[in-house]
Design a binder for this molecule. Structure first.
Ligand SMILES: Nc1ncnc2c1ncn2[C@@H]1O[C@H](COP(=O)(O)OP(=O)(O)OP(=O)(O)O)[C@@H](O)[C@H]1O
Length: 352
C-alpha cells in the first residue's frame, strides 16, 4: 500500500487541457474521491496514476517515488473495471478467486489471499454457495471482495456502481466503504454523483475543467466551500447565492445577517445560504424584513422544499417534515449570521 501524489501535473490532448496543473496527496489507506461534472478530467487523472498516460508537465509519485517513467505493470496499481455483479455459474469462492486465477497467481498464494480476505469480510461461511443462494447484501459483499482480492498499492475505480439501480447503489456504497476500511487499502474513486462522493470519501477533490478547485473532507468542503463553483456543486437543493446588492440579497434577512466588521461591503459580491439554513416564518406587520412569497411547495416525505420569491430572487428552503406553509402566503426569511457564506468578485469565498 502506498500514498499517491501529483505535483503540478498537466496533461493536454492537443489544445484541450484535460488536467491542468493538478497537485494533491492521497494518503495510504485513504478512500479518496474525485468528483466533478463530465469532462472535468477525472478519468484522465486515473490514467495518469495507472501510467496509461504520461504528464506533459509535473510529476506523479507513488509511495513518494517519481513514476513518470515507470511502466503501468511495474506500478502495481489495480484498476477495478465496472461490474460488481457475480458470475452466476461459479460459487462465491470461485468468484473471489477469479482475479487471481486469471493472473496465474500460484494456488497456495491464492488460497492464502482468499482466506485472508474472506476472514476480514466475514464471508468465509458463504464461499461454497452459488450466488443464487445468497441474499442481495451478501452478493454485493462477495462481489466487492472479488474486486479487492488482489494486493496492489492502490485500487482505482471509475464510477463503479453507476449501472446499478438506486436502491442497490445505496447499499453497495455502504458495503464498499466498510470493506475498504476493514481492508485498510488505498482506494481512489471517481464519481459524478455528489451524494455518493460525500457518503464514501474520507477526503475528496472537486474538479472543474481539469483544475482541482478544492481538496478536503466532505464535511469541510460542504461547510467551507472555497468558491461559488464548489458551493453550488455540493448540496441538494443547491446553495442559494444572491448578488450582494443592498436592498436585494442582504435585505431579505435584515436583522439577522450582519456583514462582519473586517469585510468592506464592496468586497462582498455574493451571499450564499444553504436551503437548510434558511428560516421561513409567517410574515407579520412589524417583521423586520420585507415579505417574500411562497412560490412552490414540494413535499418529499421527510423534508419539504419550499421555493420563495423575494421579488428579486427565487430562493429555496429545505424544511423538516411537512410544515404548514401556504402557497402564495407572505413569509419572513432569516438565517443565522454564522451560516452565511460570503463571496468576492472572482467567486472566491471570503473568510468570515
Ligand atoms: N484520449 C483522448 N483524446 C483526446 N481528448 C481526450 C482523451 N481523453 C480525454 N480527453 C478530453 O480530456 C477532457 C477530460 O476528459 P476526462 O475523460 O478525463 O473527463 P471526466 O471528468 O472523466 O469525464 P466523464 O465524467 O464524462 O468520464 C475532455 O475534454 C475529454 O474530451
Amino acid at each position: 500500500m502506498a500514498g499517491i501524489s501529483f505535483r503540478n501535473v498537466t496533461k493536454a490532448y492537443g489544445k484541450n487541457v484535460a488536467v491542468d496543473n493538478a497537485s494533491f496527496d492521497i494518503k495510504s489507506g485513504e478512500f479518496f474521491c474525485f468528483f466533478g461534472p463530465p469532462l472535468s478530467g477525472k478519468s484522465t487523472i486515473l490514467k495518469l496514476i495507472l501510467g496509461l498516460e504520461t504528464p506533459d508537465e509535473g510529476e506523479v509519485l507513488i509511495g513518494g517515488k517519481p513514476v513518470n517513467h515507470v511502466s503501468p505493470a511495474a506500478r502495481n496499481v489495480a484498476m477495478v473495471f465496472q461490474n460488481l455483479a457475480l458470475f452466476p455459474h461459479m460459487s462465491a469462492g470461485d468468484n473471489v478467486r477469479f482475479p487471481l486465477v486469471e493472473r496465474k497467481v500460484p494456488e497456495a498464494k491464492i488460497r492464502e489471499r482468499v482466506d485472508a480476505v474472506a476472514a476480514k469480510l466475514h464471508i468465509g461461511h458463504l464461499l461454497h454457495k452459488p450466488p443464487a443462494q445468497l441474499s442481495g447484501g451478501e452478493r454485493q459483499r462477495v462481489a466487492i471482495a472479488r474486486a479487492l482480492v488482489r494486493d496492489p498499492v492502490a485500487y482505482l475505480m471509475d464510477d463503479p456502481i453507476s449501472a446499478l439501480d438506486a436502491r442497490l447503489r445505496e447499499e453497495t456504497r455502504v458495503e464498499l466503504k466498510r470493506i475498504q476500511r476493514e481492508l485498510g487499502q488505498t482506494l481512489i474513486y471517481v464519481t459524478h454523483d455528489q451524494e455518493e462522493a460525500m457518503s464514501v470519501a474520507d477526503r475528496m477533490a472537486i474538479m472543474q475543467h481539469g483544475k482541482i478547485r478544492q481538496v478536503g473532507t466532505p464535511v469541510e468542503i460542504y461547510d467551507k466551500p472555497a468558491n461559488q463553483y464548489v458551493a453550488r456543486l455540493l448540496g441538494a437543493p443547491m446553495m442559494n447565492i444572491m448578488a450582494a446588492v443592498r436592498g436585494a440579497g442582504l435585505e431579505i434577512a435584515e436583522g439577522t445577517i450582519v456583514l462582519p466588521f473586517d469585510l468592506t461591503p464592496n468586497a462582498v459580491t455574493g451571499v450564499g445560504i444553504r436551503p437548510e439554513d434558511l428560516r421561513v416564518e409567517p410574515w407579520r406587520e412589524g417583521s423586520v424584513c420585507r415579505p417574500a412569497r411562497v412560490f412552490e411547495v414540494e413535499p418529499l416525505g421527510g423534508y419539504t422544499v419550499v421555493t420563495l420569491d423575494t421579488g428579486s430572487e427565487k430562493l429555496r428552503a429545505l424544511m423538516r417534515g411537512q410544515p404548514e406553509v401556504q402557497l402564495d402566503s407572505a413569509v419572513a426569511l432569516s438565517c443565522d449570521a454564522a451560516k452565511v457564506h460570503f463571496f468576492g468578485s472572482a467567486g472566491e469565498a471570503l473568510v468570515r
